[in-house]
Design a protein around this ligand. Sequence first.
Ligand code: HEM
Length: 440
Amino acid sequence: MLQPVSETALTDIIGASPTHAPVYNTPPGFDLANNSAFKTGQPFDYYKTLRETAPASWTPVQEASGYWAITRYDDIKRIELDPETFSSQRGGINMAYGPPGKRHVRLHGAALNTLICLDRPFHVPLRMQHRSFFTPDYVAELRKKVEVKVDQLLDTMERKGPVVDLVTNFSEQLPLFTLCEMLGVDEKDRPKIIRWMFYLESAGHMFAEKAAGRRISPLFIAKFLWNVRAMFRFGEQILQDRRKNPRNDLLTAIATAKVDGELLSQDFLDGAWLLIIFAGNDTTRNSLSGTMKLLTEFPDQKQKLLDNPSLIPGMVPEAIRMVSPVIHMRRTLLKDAEIAGQKIAEGEKVIMYYGAANRDPSVFSDPDRFDIGRENSGNHLAFGAGPHVCLGQRIATMQLEVAYTKILERFPNIQWTGHIRQSPNNFVNAISELEVNLGT
Ligand code: HEM
């Protein structure tokens, strides 16, 4: 029987030291556990130092379990492909769930009671029930709607231009539209989801600041709590509605999914709702913005695309490799193992840094170079690998292809102005503003 993961998981043991002494000294220079440190983007230079000098590096975390930071491509792929040793269910996939008593109970439950935090035997049957909304045929149909939406967004941007924020005008609008089309969320309800995303992205930072004894504005906390409540209430109502009035949409697939012949409990409906709006929105949003930044930083590559737009589909996996929108996923060991010569004990955590794997020079030559002709860019691990590999990768890829085909056709001189803001978040690379000049 499927029990709530939140009741059975070994989430965080505060202050625990590793069972086996670290083989490598953790190099100074960056605190991977600190959300604020990610305000200037991912620490690609520090990842390089880790890969070279401490590929399994012990990292203590305030008020959560310490963990082994894993940064080499082969080690991360091995972890992804071995769920019998490296469990998603035993301790969840996020760096920290916070100590008991200091958690937001419903958010904590929903973050764990979800497909992405299940192992065998429950994971595969549940995943299969989402599948019809991720097939090539479904994506091809959706693409037609995405093309129309991209044109509309670019029209609006042109009217407001030439200098506009790409995030509010485009990158956050397109994934929201696509996801809501798949889910079947009515148009009037869609703007709320953007607001909820903002508060969800702030959650990790807010809890860490609180744990460190720093003051958070009471108004912000009140707004956060109000929005989280509204998000769950909306999800609960819409999923219950789909049980009574099924439609041909992803929400109905979630609402009517069964494990062991039973419909999902409210705990798992909360989790499915949180996962899908978070996984589908934020990641694609940041790849759309991150690609614009890359095209400005590597003008020779942009020129190749302008000269030959048929290269755009090949550019997309390379952009996703470079951006690596999901910063990490965590696993908990079900048995003792050894990674990069480091013995790691059962019950301990490993964290896979996808951005580090995707710039490992043993797999990607000259890895910091954005090279749209790179032959093996599709081997990146930004979507994970193995049983939990991203269900939405075709949806994300399609959106990037359509977006950049139309953006470059319409605004060949578009440039990032150099202004960027990133949210303090060490789970997803969260670009909250990216100013562009359309060059019109
Ligand atoms: C560039 C965009 C995206 C990136 C980089 C990304 C990345 C990821 C990663 C790293 C995982 C976890 C893999 C693992 O644990 O091994 C994942 C899982 C998942 N993603 Fe994505 N994702 C993206 C877009 C999307 C979209 C658009 C959707 C939905 C419309 C989506 C839905 C999911 C779901 C449902 C899972 C859980 C799959 C499972 O546990 O079986 N993702 N994604």
